[in-house]
Ligand binder design. Structure first.
Ligand code: CIR
Length: 266
C-alpha cells in the first residue's frame, strides 16, 4: 500500500471500556493473583486521562460484568481512519465481545464490516504500520481468520502480511509495538524474527519483555511503569514518553495497547 504517514500513531479518537469487577476472573497464562476491579478502574482512569492529554476524544463504554476481559477492547475490533472491522476473538469467553462493541463502532464509522467467514482474529495480533499491517497467527488468531482479514484490508487498499507470533507469546503485540516514524519496539526474539524488513528496531532490554507493549499516541509514547531500561531506550531513541501504571492489567496478561481502540476521524 502507499505509505500513509501517521497511520500508525496519529489519532483523534479512542474507544475504551471501564473494567468490570469480574475482571478478577479474567484469563491469564500464569496466576499472580486476581486483579481488583477498584484498583484496575483507578489505573484505567489515569490511562484515559493520558489519552485525552495526548489529544484524543475518548468514548468510555460502561463495564460489562458478563465479560471479564471486556475492558481489553482492542481484541474484538480493528479501526482504520473512517472504517472499522468487528472481529471474532479466538477464545470462547470473549467471542460475544464483538457484538457488544458494535454499537460504539456504528456510532462513529460510516463503514463497519464483520470479519468474513468463520475464522478468528484478536485485534491484539494486528500491528498497524504506516505502510503495511502485520497480522500474527497465534493461539487466538487462526489462519482462516488472518487470511480473511488480510483480504478485506486488501480490498480496502491496505497491504497486509500474515506472520507467526513466537510460541508462548499471547498476542503479536504482546512482544512488539510501533513507536511511529518507522521505528519498532520489540523483544529480542521478535526483533530477530525478520518480520520488520530492515526497519529500525529499539530492542527491549533483557528482563523487561512486558514493556514491549507500548502505544505511540500523537506526540507521546505511553510506557508501562516499572521498566526503567525500556523507558530509557525509548527516550534515547528520541521519543517523548508518559509512564502509566498497568499493574492490574498485567495480572490478566493485558497491556497498554489492549485497553483502547485508537483511530483518526476526519
Ligand atoms: C485475554 O487473555 O484475552 C485477556 N486476559 C488479556 C487480553 C490482552 N489483550 C491484548 O493483548 N490485546
Amino acid at each position: 500500500m502507499t505509505h500513509r504517514a501517521g497511520l500508525s500513531f496519529q489519532f483523534t479518537h479512542a474507544i475504551a471500556r471501564t473494567p468490570a469487577n469480574s475482571v478478577a476472573n479474567g484469563i491469564r497464562a500464569v496466576d499472580s493473583g486476581d486483579p481488583s476491579g477498584d484498583k484496575f478502574r483507578e489505573e484505567h482512569g489515569l490511562y484515559i486521562k493520558a489519552l485525552q492529554e495526548a489529544g484524543l476524544s475518548v468514548n468510555v463504554l460502561p463495564a460489562l460484568e458478563a465479560f471479564p476481559d471486556s475492558c481489553f477492547v482492542e481484541d474484538p475490533a480493528f479501526c482504520l481512519p473512517n472504517a472499522a472491522i468487528q472481529l471474532r476473538p479466538g477464545t470462547e469467553s470473549r467471542l460475544g465481545e464483538g457484538a457488544e462493541i458494535r454499537a460504539a463502532l456504528d456510532s462513529v464509522f460510516e463503514t463497519v464490516a464483520v470479519l468474513p467467514g468463520e475464522g478468528h482474529v484478536d485485534g491484539g495480533d494486528v500491528l498497524t504500520l504506516d505502510d503495511t499491517i502485520l497480522i500474527g497467527l497465534s493461539a487466538r488468531t487462526d489462519r482462516e481468520g488472518a487470511d480473511a482479514f488480510a483480504k478485506l484490508l486488501g480490498d480496502w487498499g491496505y497491504q497486509a502480511e500474515v506472520c507467526e507470533t513466537p510460541r508462548g507469546v499471547l498476542h503479536f503485540k504482546t512482544a512488539c509495538s510501533t513507536l511511529g516514524d518507522g521505528v519498532i519496539l520489540a523483544t529480542r526474539v521478535m526483533a530477530e524474527s525478520g518480520f520488520f524488513n530492515g526497519r529500525p528496531i529499539v530492542v527491549v532490554p533483557e528482563g523487561e519483555d512486558y514493556a514491549a507493549n507500548v502505544i505511540r499516541v500523537n506526540d507521546v509514547v505511553l510506557v508501562p511503569e516499572g521498566y526503567p531500561k525500556t523507558l530509557a531506550a525509548i527516550e534515547n531513541a528520541g521519543f517523548k514518553t508518559v509512564v502509566l501504571p498497568t499493574h492490574e492489567a498485567r495480572k490478566v496478561d493485558g497491556g497498554l495497547s489492549c485497553l483502547s481502540l485508537r483511530f483518526a476521524l476526519g
